[in-house]
Design a protein around this ligand. Structure first.
Ligand code: SF4
Length: 216
């Protein structure tokens, strides 16, 4: 099977079975999304969705959050993991947006990565989901599922996988494809015990066919 056919089959399957996949994080604007994504590290989306409404009601803009101390932010996020570090990151992130980006969340991955608390994956999520730019945030689910399916080959890092996925998925489908792979990895193609008997992709899945996933 060619790589083109492999992508086409994957796309057909998900378009039929997961046509409305989207982020499980609630957000209303790019600033809200960046706050949610920073909070979501090592924390469930469900908890983040509980924390963000009161936090963003109190500090709805980069300006309001930049004027808050990390201690004030901490009071709103204490129930998520690593609240001390995240409060510091949120405060510093908002200050940097005010000081260097005129109060606007920047769009490009390179600019986003200059913000405290924002790594490559987070920057890709923001540029893709909030701004619709071509990107593929590769988290552990995306990395694993795309390797098992053979959508990536020999990718030794999330960045290498990102390049292959962005190259092969049609640009317009990237936001959906990102969520397809995350949700499939979260609920079906689980790391330790993938539910292959219930998986509609097994007919062409390299892992199921007995090939080792091609990524390490
Ligand atoms: S067949 Fe199994 S390994 Fe392959 S994508 Fe489905 S759940 Fe994952």
């Amino acid at each position: 099977m060619t790589i083109k056919e492999r992508y086409a089959k994957t796309i057909n399957y998900f378009q039929e079975h997961m046509p409305h996949a989207e982020t499980e994080l609630d957000y209303v604007n790019p600033f809200g999304l960046i706050v949610s994504v920073i909070l979501s590290a090592q924390c469930t989306d469900k908890r983040v969705n509980l924390i963000t409404p009161p936090l963003l009601a109190k500090f709805p803009t980069p300006e309001a959050m930049a004027n808050a101390t990390p201690g004030e932010i901490f009071q709103f996020i204490r129930s998520c993991s690593y609240p001390n570090n995240k409060a510091k990151h949120l405060s510093a992130m908002a200050k940097k947006i005010m000081e260097e980006f005129n109060g606007q969340v920047p769009e490009s991955v390179d600019e986003l990565m200059t913000l405290p608390g924002v790594g490559r994956k987070t920057a890709n999520v923001i540029t893709l989901v909030a701004f619709g730019n071509p990107a593929m945030p590769v988290d552990t689910h995306v990395f694993r599922v795309s390797a098992r399916l053979g959508l990536t080959t020999g990718a030794r890092s999330p960045e290498a996988a990102e390049k292959q996925l962005v190259k092969h998925f049609p640009r317009a489908l990237l936001p959906l494809a990102h969520h397809w792979l995350i949700l499939h990895g979260r609920y079906v193609c689980i790391a330790r015990k993938p539910k292959c008997s219930h998986c509609g992709l097994k007919e062409f899945c390299r892992f199921y066919q007995g090939h080792e996933p091609v990524n390490p």
